[in-house]
Design a protein around this ligand. Structure first.
Ligand SMILES: [Zn+2]
Length: 196
């Protein structure tokens, strides 16, 4: 491996922890499309990612018995705006990652589903996450199955709240529930509200 280092920011091939490289936290189809160089430039951002990986993602990977596929990690300000992230999103500071557990290819030995993984991690009193959010996005259109992922955050400096939420994203907006709420439970609640 060469010792190439970009003019500004950290080398994407740099290890963040035993099983995670920086590129896993910085790759983004949106960033590529807009030719954004989405990479931490501050030592504190990299230190935050390292704390997130070592304290939360590595233990989560071990607990779930499956590699984690990070779908969104670090976001520079422009990327966060482009994808409609919260203005104070912890992704901006390297404090949060969205992921799914990798399903195993063996039919007999499948890893946990995203919802099962969320349940398992939410129940870990010793896992020092700030927020764990089970997220579901329902896509418009026939035959489009919902997308599920886990947002997890960790504060290197300051206290971690161990807060567990679920968010359902639809074409008309987002709904938040406390704890792990499945899609069918969100829909039942909606039906109750509509009926009352
Ligand atoms: Zn997130």
């Amino acid at each position: 491996m060469s010792h190439f280092k970009p003019a500004s920011g950290f080398d994407p091939r740099r290890a963040v922890s035993e099983h995670f490289r920086l590129s896993e936290f910085t790759r983004s189809a949106t960033a590529d499309k807009h030719q954004l160089y989405n990479i931490p430039r501050e030592d504190c951002e990299f230190a935050n990612l390292r704390a997130l990986a070592e304290n939360v993602l590595e233990p989560a990977r071990a607990l779930l018995g499956a590699p984690l596929v990070i779908t969104s990690g670090f976001r520079c300000g422009t990327l966060n705006r482009l994808i409609g992230g919260a203005p104070q999103s912890q992704h901006l500071y390297g404090e949060a990652a969205d992921f799914i557990p990798k399903r195993k290819s063996h039919k007999t030995e499948k890893g946990p589903t995203v919802e099962e993984a969320a349940e398992i991690l939410a129940a870990q009193d010793n896992l020092p996450f700030d927020q764990l959010i089970f997220e579901i996005r329902v896509r418009a259109g026939e035959g489009q199955s919902p997308v599920r992922w886990i947002h997890i955050s960790h504060r290197r400096l300051g206290s971690n709240r161990h807060q567990v939420l679920s968010v359902l994203h639809t074409a008309t907006g987002s709904k938040t529930g406390s704890g792990i709420v499945s899609l069918s439970d969100f829909e039942t609640r909606e039906a109750c509200r509509a009926a009352s």
